[in-house]
Write a protein that binds this ligand. Structure first.
Ligand code: 5GP
Length: 187
């Protein structure tokens, strides 16, 4: 059941129950803050935003519109998750077609959990010799320290609970929720 206009309503997706964590207003305010910070940092460099699919596409689409200067956008698809737990192995399902040499790259991730995905991707990116790499994640969980990754901008630090909404899914569902919801322990 989807929430109507009430952001305090819980949602059920398949067998799981989720309670509200971040409202659409909180999310949008933070995305605009990060967009403004990136605009100030890359005023004339035409940075290339690289959105990690699938989860980061919603965040990336809002973030580029909060970026008030010229920029380009590209997408890569990596996957390490099945159900509510990371499967461990990372796969590049779809790569970038752009030449990154000498470009200022802004990597946009939905959530950094163990950091494994970003760690893997940043290593690949370095090989292509961009002028600079900036990393942005919408959410970060405390376990992020498990893999050494530098995250320059974090939307929100959250508890180690499974979340959906704003691009993040459970079994393919929930990506279109404008706020963020966390798995309820109550079931
Ligand atoms: P990491 O490699 O940092 O452990 O995991 C990063 C990826 O796992 C994210 O890009 C995201 O796709 C997925 N992920 C991690 N935590 C969650 C979560 O709470 N909810 C959802 N839907 N995906 C998650």
């Amino acid at each position: 059941m989807y929430p109507g206009n009430n952001p305090n309503e819980a949602v059920n997706i398949l067998d799981l129950h989720f309670i509200p964590l971040l409202t659409e207003q909180q999310v949008q305010a933070r995305v605009h803050e990060i967009g403004a910070a990136l605009t100030a940092r890359f005023p004339d460099q035409k940075p290339l935003f690289i959105s990690i699919l699938s989860g980061a596409f919603v965040f990336a689409s809002d973030l580029i519109r909060a970026f008030k200067s010229d920029c380009e956008v590209g997408f890569v698809k990596l996957s390490s998750y099945t159900g509510t737990r990371s499967s461990g192995a990372i796969q590049t399902v779809m790569g970038l077609e752009k030449d990154l040499r000498g470009r200022h790259v802004i990597v946009v991730e939905d959530i950094v959990d163990t950091g494994r995905t970003l760690h893997f991707f940043l290593n690949q990116l370095q090989l292509q010799e961009p002028a600079s790499i900036c990393t942005v994640t919408f959410l970060r969980k405390p376990e992020a320290a498990a893999f050494p990754v530098q995250v320059d901008y974090v939307g929100f630090d959250i508890e180690d609970k499974f979340v959906v909404g704003y691009g993040l899914d459970y079994e393919g569902l929930g990506r279109n929720l404008p706020g963020v919801y966390q798995l309820s322990e109550q079931g």
